[in-house]
Design a binder for this molecule. Structure first.
Ligand SMILES: Nc1nc2c(ncn2[C@@H]2O[C@H](COP(=O)(O)OP(=O)(O)OP(=O)(O)O)[C@@H](O)[C@H]2O)c(=O)[nH]1
Length: 958
């Protein structure tokens, strides 16, 4: 790059063209960055809502809102309450100075002792802690101010030389996205934060993100709006209207010793209204359209005073289209009108006094978002009132620089003292403004500007006549004090030439701070996620062997419980079978106790025998049941022992369940409800107790009959006859031994057969004697048998009954039925307890598995979040650097610039000229000069990964 090019000075028109070109490039880039910032916030909100409740760094040191000593405000006007504004200022996270930084700010030294260098102390807001020094004040007094600079920061300054540098200890210092809950609860934010559920914090954070996104939208529209709005504000009667009139060189706005501006009055060049001077009284600012006369009422300029004073209820704002009378020559910037400047459309808004009423004050606070330049008028006699302080703190939320006009300075006797006190206040309220006090703080007397007004200032006008003889009025150049001239020049520079500083820097600053906050939050949450992953890993490591042991215990306990049950059932069954079979076998024995009452009561004897036998059977069945109960009790004890062996598993489970229920009751579930449900589950988990055994075995007592066969069993006549032929054989043998036919008789097997054979024998023998003998023998045999029958009838009956009963019972499966029944009953008694034990283990295993699944899920979520936060952090960091680089080459600080600045340092024109030349020749401006890098990135867009589809307009071509 040739030295010739660099040294050639640009003409004013070239310079202006360059400025506009650069401004529109930077403006476009800034809009892109704002969109990208919004996307990052959207992304963060999405993560916060759907993936991971964002955790908030809890401030370890609480930064209170800065306060000034009352001595500064003792002479102030009535003040509006501080509450809203302090909250806003605090909320902004901007310029919140901890007490020590306030002390630093208070240590303002007169220029002779102040240091011109500045450091960037940690743990404090960028401005409030800056060690700035004022070397001089206005007119030589406000001369040079130390530049805040942090070595190694990504940026080299910003539009307004307010540094955009990361916090040194930023982990718990957020500027914009901070959740400050103090004001709602009168408690420390950290206390409230730590007591809140993470989901509640996430909801609050979501609201915060929405607010921030809305604000960025407003910034985008402000940045994209080609026109500039200058808001003139300050306390009542500070001289705001007088100042506006002085700037316009015309008594457009009414002034009075009493408060008179009740409405916002926006003064716009009449050229915007087809050159017609008139007032549009607007009921709804948001609906106002110049092309739609229904959105406003037209009022003549002469009626402005009445309108301003009396219609505050009817109209929200007045738009005053006034003709500009100043010289528009660009050659002399001092005479270029603010409204009609040839650079951009400017409007000046005169506002009602800050401390007039809280409603207007609130409106004023709200309006800052749409304005580019704040001109704050301070009454030199009153200094900053509390309302003024609050406003500056709030405006400082994004505007590092505020143009401060200390008016009515003519009325001050000890001017030095006044200047010093007011500068002290400014340094605390807007340090960046204080740092550039030379350009931004002016001590003037607006009233001293003599204005052109045909009614009250004829001396300032010359009358001429046009060709038709009409009288023309032309302003003569008013007499301006040097202070006023300088103030005016600086204001024009600030509002027009330094639109980077006045219009773009606030948005740049806000975006940068948001991105820094995002980075801090992402970093914090990454660490939290990492911590959570580590905790979960440790928990999983610890719980894996426990889980495996629990699985084994579950299997083993289940098997052993089943074995106890099966063993018990088998024992009961086997015992019942054996016992009842034996009982049936020997069923006749108990009947032996029944006394034989004689032949004539044989029937009742038989009935008694049956009853005794049935009773005996019943008793023996009961015996089997008692055995079953015994076995059930024994098994219960075994199960209880089994449970005791595994008690440590159950204890752990119950402890974890208790912890869970405690934590859910902390989250709001009624404690009683929780503990009831927990106790209930615990009770079901506990195995049998003695009481339960009693209860469970009680239904083993049989109800009613023990056998159908026994119920229908009845006595039969044959029961009295002994049909056991063995006996008859024996009897026959015995009879025959007494006679000659003993041998025959022994061969006979039945009584009938014996008789028949004897008869047959007698007939074959043929001898009468023998026949008689045989008949006698038969008779003896019959009588003997009868006698025998009668004498052994009791045993016959017993045996017959026992036999028949045994047969009947066997036939119905008496023993096996009872064995089965008792076995089933045993199972039924024990099964619930086995199940409970198994269920307990099943639930423990399931709970453990749920816990592990939950831990794995949480780990996955944390890993996911870690990844997302890492991405967001990188994006935010990268974008923040780009946002910071946006101000490369725009620094006003001569120390930082390799070349001199032109016209109050608004722009390095040698570079601009070079850029213009190189770009017009199609070449790159940085080909041979490292110092010209400030314009290389004009066409930079955010990297592709920072852009959402369709988010960005195409890059403007240089
Ligand atoms: N001595 C002195 N008086 C001034 C100066 N500027 C304004 N005044 C007077 O202060 C009074 C209030 O001036 P305004 O311009 O109406 O003040 P304001 O801030 O617009 O008042 P409101 O809109 O009612 O809040 C008027 O009487 C002015 O003449 C000044 O520089 N010096």
């Amino acid at each position: 790059m040739s030295t010739n090019k660099r040294s050639s000075a640009p003409s004013p028109s070239e310079r202006q063209m360059l400025q506009q070109h650069i401004f529109s490039e930077k403006s476009q880039r800034l809009q892109n960055y704002l969109h990208a910032t919004k996307n990052i916030l959207h992304e963060l909100g999405h993560i916060n809502r759907d993936k991971w409740n964002v955790h908030f760094p809890i401030p370890t040191t609480l930064a209170g809102p800065p306060t000034l000593t009352r001595s500064y405000t003792a002479a102030s006007f009535s003040d509006t309450p501080r509450n809203a504004s302090v909250a806003v200022g605090n909320d902004s996270g901007n310029n919140l100075a901890p007490p020590h930084s306030l002390q630093r700010a208070n240590s303002y030294q007169p220029m002779s002792t102040a240091s011109s260098t500045a450091s960037y102390p940690p743990s404090s807001d960028e401005g409030a802690t800056a060690s700035t020094a004022v070397n001089s004040l206005n007119n030589g007094y406000l001369d040079s101010v130390g530049m805040l600079h942090r070595p190694g920061a990504a940026n080299s300054g910003n539009f307004g030389s307010a540094p955009l540098s990361p916090e040194d200890d930023s982990d718990n210092r957020l500027r914009v996205l901070r959740l400050d809950l103090r004001y709602a609860h009168h408690e420390a934010s950290s206390d409230i934060m730590s007591s809140l559920e993470s989901s509640s914090i996430a909801r609050l954070f979501d609201d915060k993100l929405v607010q921030s996104i809305t604000h960025i939208d407003r910034l985008i529209s402000r940045v994209s709006d080609k026109s500039s709005k200058i808001l003139v504000t300050g306390d009542l009667n500070a001289g705001k209207s007088t100042l506006v009139n002085a700037l316009l060189r015309s008594n457009v706005l009414p002034t009075d010793q009493q408060p008179c501006t009740m409405l916002f009055c926006e003064v716009v060049d009449a050229g915007k209204n087809g050159g017609v001077e008139e007032i549009h009284a607007i009921p709804r600012v948001d609906r106002y359209s110049l092309d739609d006369p229904t959105t406003y009422a037209i009022v003549e300029l002469k009626d402005l005073e009445d309108l301003v004073m009396d219609n505050e209820e009817q109209f929200q704002q007045l738009k005053i289209y006034a003709r500009d009378t100043q010289n528009k020559s660009l050659a002399n910037s001092n005479t270029v009108s603010l409204l009609n400047n040839g650079v951009t459309d400017v409007s000046i808004i005169d506002s009602p006094g800050l401390n007039r009423d809280s409603l207007k004050t609130t409106q004023l606070f709200a309006r800052q978002e749409e304005i580019d330049v704040v001109v704050f008028v301070v009454n030199a006699e009153n200094h900053f009132t509390l309302s003024g302080q609050d406003f500056l703190l709030s405006a400082g939320k994004e505007k590092a620089h505020i143009f401060i006009v200390v008016n009515r300075f003519d009325a001050i006797r000890r001017k030095d003292r006044c200047q010093k006190m007011i500068m002290d206040q400014i340094m605390m309220l807007s340090p960046h403004t204080a740092a550039e006090a030379n350009d931004l703080v002016h001590f003037i007397s607006a009233q001293n500007v003599t204005l052109a007004n045909p009614e009250n200032n004829q001396s300032q006008q010359q009358s001429e006549h046009d060709a038709d003889g009409n009288k023309l009025q032309r302003n003569t150049a008013p007499e301006l004090s040097p202070e006023f001239s300088r103030m005016e020049r600086c204001l024009k520079t600030f509002a027009l030439d330094q639109r980077f500083k006045s219009k773009l820097a606030p948005a740049q600053r806000y975006s940068y701070h948001v991105l820094q906050d995002v980075e801090v939050i992402a970093n914090y949450n990454m660490n939290r996620a990492m911590q959570q992953i580590q905790e979960i890993n440790a928990l999983l490591r610890e719980s894996t062997p426990v889980y495996e042991t629990l699985l084994d215990a579950k299997t083993e306990t289940g098997k052993r419980a089943e074995n106890i049950l099966d063993g018990s059932c088998s024992a009961v069954r086997a015992h019942a079978m054996t016992h009842l079979n034996n009982t049936l076998e020997n069923i006749a024995i108990p009947a032996e106790r029944v006394e034989w009452p004689g032949l004539w009561s044989a029937w009742s004897y038989a009935e008694n025998v049956i009853r005794v036998m049935a009773q005996h059977l019943e008793h023996e069945v009961g015996e089997c049941e008692r055995f079953a109960k015994f076995k059930i009790n024994q098994s219960m004890n075994d199960l209880d022992k089994l449970k005791s062996e595994q008690q440590h598993h159950i204890n752990r489970y119950e402890m974890l369940e208790q912890q869970k229920s405690n934590s859910s009751s902390r989250r709001g579930t009624p404690a009683s409800q929780k503990s009831a449900s927990t106790n209930g589950s615990q009770q079901t988990a506990v195995t049998a107790t003695a009481g339960e055994v009693e209860l469970s075995t009680s239904y083993l007592v049989h109800i009613g009959s023990i056998s159908n066969a026994l119920d229908t069993f009845s006595l039969q006549p044959t029961d009295f006859v002994d049909f056991e032929w063995e006996k008859w054989s024996m009897l026959t043998t015995m009879s025959m031994s007494a006679g000659t036919l003993a041998l025959l008789a022994t061969r006979l097997h039945s009584y009938a057969d014996s008789i028949v054979r004897l008869v047959k024998l007698s007939s074959t023998i043929g001898s009468a004697t023998t026949q008689k003998l045989l008949i006698s023998a038969a008779a003896i045999l019959g009588v003997g048998s009868a006698l025998y029958l009668v004498s052994d009838m009791d045993s016959t009956v017993r045996n017959n009954v026992a036999r028949r009963m045994r047969e009947a019972l066997r036939e119905e499966g008496f023993s096996i039925n009872h064995a089965d029944r008792l076995s089933t009953e045993t199972t039924r008694s024990l099964r619930p307890f086995v199940w409970k034990l198994q269920h307990t283990f099943q639930r423990m295993v399931e709970a453990e598995e749920r816990r592990r699944a939950d831990q794995l899920h949480r780990r996955h979520t944390a890993q996911d979040a870690q990844m997302h936060f890492d991405e967001i952090r990188s994006k935010a960091r990268e974008l923040a650097e780009m946002v910071a680089r946006l101000s490369d080459g725009m620094s006003l600080n001569a120390d930082e610039k390799p070349t001199k600045t032109v016209d109050d340092g608004c722009l390095d024109l040698s570079y601009s000229h070079e850029f213009l030349n190189s770009s017009s020749s199609g070449g790159s401006s940085n080909s041979d000069s490292g110092t010209a890098s400030c314009y290389y990135d004009f066409a930079h867009q955010p990297p592709h990964h920072l852009t959402a589809p369709g988010s960005y307009p195409t890059s403007p071509t240089a």
